[in-house]
Design a binder for this molecule. Structure first.
Ligand code: ADP
Length: 432
C-alpha cells in the first residue's frame, strides 16, 4: 500500500499548524488555523484549541488520511488545565504558559529543592498548587492536571488518568534523570492530580478513539506524545511541526555532542546539547531530556524586539552593509525592550542601556549587535559554569540568522564557528 505518513501538530500562542510528513521528512501537506479569540473567560482558550485541532484534522486532504499512521502534538510549555478525566469536564484553567501564580510560590519553595525549575511563579507546579489551594484540596478523584498537549491528545485517544511526556512534565517537577516524580513531590496531597503516566517523547500512547477515526481516517492510527520542546528547539528553529517531530531521532550522541543553537528572534534564546543535566531557576535555566543527552537552555530578554523598536527590517539589512564585523565596536550596551533581565544576569530591575547613541545609525547598530553577541557569549559561559558540556559549533535560527555581518561579529565574539542549521533529520523509529 501507500507509505505511512506522520501528522505533527504544533499549538503556538496565536494559532495551530500541522504538517504531514513521510519517513524521509518530506512534507505531503501542511496548513494552519488561527484560534478564534476567546471571549472573556479562560475556558474560551480550551474551546479555541479544540476547534483548531478538529479543523486541522478536517484540513488533512482526504486522499492522505488513510496513510496517516500517527499523530503527535506539541503545545506551549507550562500551559495546563485541570480536567475531570472521566467526564471531560474542565475544572480549572487553562492556565497559560506566561501566567504567574506567585501566591503558590512559598508552598512550592517549601517542598522543592532550592532553585528547582518549579520555583518560578509560571511553573506548572505553581499553577497546580494555586488551583489546589483555591479548591480547598477537595478535588474529586478524577481531577487530573493535563498539559495543553496532553489534553489535546486526550481529546483524540480518551484514555483516562492523564498521559504526558517527560519534557512536558518538567515544569511540574517530574525528574527525567530519575524517570519518575521525585519523593518531595509524591508526598504532597496534590500529587494524585499529576499525569499518571509520563512517557518518553514520541512513545505510542493509545489508539485513536473510534468516533474520531471513523470521521477523519481509516487506519487505526496511534496517538503519540511527541517531543514537546516548544520553548526549547521548537521555539528556536523556524521549522514546521514536522521537522520538530523529527528532532528526537537526531539524538545521536556523536552528532549532537557539541552543538548549540542560538535563536535570534524577538528574544535571544540559547539551547545546547550537553551530557550533563543543568538547571538553575534563578536564571530560568533548565534541561530537557533527549534520550541520553540533555538540551540545556536559557533565554535573555535582549534580541530582535529591541532592533524592531529602532529599525525596520529593511533598515537593518541596509545599515548592516556598512558594518565592518572585523572591527570590535567600543559601544557597550545592554539592549532590552523594557525593564528586566533573567539570563545570563538575573535582575528584574535591570534597565535597558542604549546610550550614548552615535551620530551614525550604522555605528549604533554595530554597537547593539556587538552587545547582543557579548550577552550571547556570557550566556554560553554561564551554561558552562553551571556544568554544561563545552560547545564547538553554533547553529543560528530566527530572523537575525540572515544577517551575515552579525554572524561574523558573533564568530569573533563567541570564538566558535557559527553556521545555520543545514541537515534535515532522520525520522525516529515509529512503532505503529
Ligand atoms: P520571533 O521570535 O518573533 O518569531 P523572528 O525569528 O521572526 O522572531 O525574527 C524577527 C526578528 O528578527 C525581529 O525582531 C527583527 O528585528 C529581526 N531581524 C529581521 N531582520 C534582521 C536583520 N537583517 N538583522 C538582524 N535582525 C533582523
Amino acid at each position: 500500500g501507500t507509505p505511512p505518513l506522520y501528522l505533527g501538530i504544533d499549538f503556538g500562542t496565536s494559532g495551530a499548524r500541522y504538517a504531514l510528513i513521510d519517513e524521509h521528512g518530506a512534507i505531503h501537506s501542511e496548513g494552519k488555523r488561527a484560534y478564534c479569540a476567546p471571549v472573556g473567560d479562560a475556558a474560551g482558550w480550551a474551546s479555541s484549541w479544540r476547534a483548531a485541532l478538529f479543523q486541522l484534522l478536517a484540513d488533512v486532504p482526504p486522499a492522505h488520511r488513510p496513510s496517516v499512521s500517527s499523530i503527535s502534538i506539541d503545545g506551549t510549555s507550562a500551559t495546563a488545565l485541570i480536567v475531570d478525566s472521566e467526564t471531560g469536564e474542565l475544572l480549572g484553567g487553562p492556565f497559560l504558559y506566561n501566567e504567574g501564580f506567585p501566591d503558590a510560590l512559598p508552598a512550592v519553595e517549601s517542598v522543592a529543592p532550592a532553585n528547582h525549575t518549579v520555583c518560578s511563579p509560571t511553573s506548572t507546579l505553581c499553577k497546580l498548587v494555586s488551583w489546589w489551594a483555591a479548591s480547598g484540596g477537595a478535588a474529586a478523584g478524577a481531577a487530573v492536571l493535563m498539559h495543553q498537549s496532553d489534553w489535546l491528545l486526550w481529546l483524540l485517544h480518551g484514555r483516562p488518568g492523564g498521559v504526558s511526556d517527560y519534557n512536558s512534565a518538567l515544569k511540574v517537577g517530574y525528574d527525567p534523570e530519575l524517570g519518575a516524580y521525585p519523593g518531595w513531590l509524591t508526598s504532597q496531597p496534590y500529587s494524585r492530580m499529576l499525569p499518571a503516566a509520563v512517557r518518553p517523547p514520541g512513545a505510542p500512547v493509545a489508539a485513536l478513539r473510534d468516533d474520531v477515526r471513523s470521521q477523519y481516517g481509516k487506519r487505526s492510527y496511534y496517538v503519540l506524545v511527541v517531543d514537546f520542546l516548544r520553548t526549547a528547539l521548537c521555539a528556536l528553529e523556524p521549522l514546521t511541526a514536522s521537522r520538530r517531530f523529527l528532532l528526537p531521532a537526531e539524538v545521536n550522541q556523536e552528532q549532537l555532542n557539541c552543538e548549540q543553537v542560538t535563536s535570534l528572534g524577538s528574544t535571544l534564546a540559547i539551547k545546547l546539547v550537553s551530557r550533563v543535566h543543568v538547571a538553575d531557576a534563578r536564571f530560568g535555566v533548565y534541561s530537557h531530556r533527549l534520550d541520553d543527552v540533555w538540551l540545556v537552555g536559557g533565554a535573555s530578554n535582549t534580541g530582535g524586539a529591541v532592533l524592531r523598536q529602532l529599525f525596520t527590517d529593511d533598515q537593518l539589512a541596509a545599515l548592516s552593509e556598512h558594518i565592518d564585523p572585523a572591527v570590535p565596536s567600543p559601544l557597550d550596551y545592554y539592549p532590552l525592550p523594557k525593564k528586566g533581565e533573567r539570563f545570563p544576569v538575573s535582575d528584574p530591575d535591570m534597565m535597558p542601556r542604549l546610550q550614548p547613541r552615535p551620530g551614525s545609525d550604522a555605528e549604533y547598530l554595530h554597537g547593539i549587535l556587538e552587545s547582543i553577541a557579548r550577552i550571547e557569549a556570557k550566556g554560553y559561559s554561564l551554561l558552562k559554569e553551571l556544568g554544561a558540556t563545552a560547545v564547538e559549533e553554533v547553529f543560528t535560527a530566527g530572523g537575525g540568522a540572515q544577517n551575515d555581518r552579525w554572524t561574523a561579529i558573533r564568530e569573533r565574539v563567541l570564538g566558535v564557528a557559527s553556521g545555520r542549521p543545514s541537515r534535515l533529520r532522520r525520522p525516529m523509529e515509529l512503532h505503529c
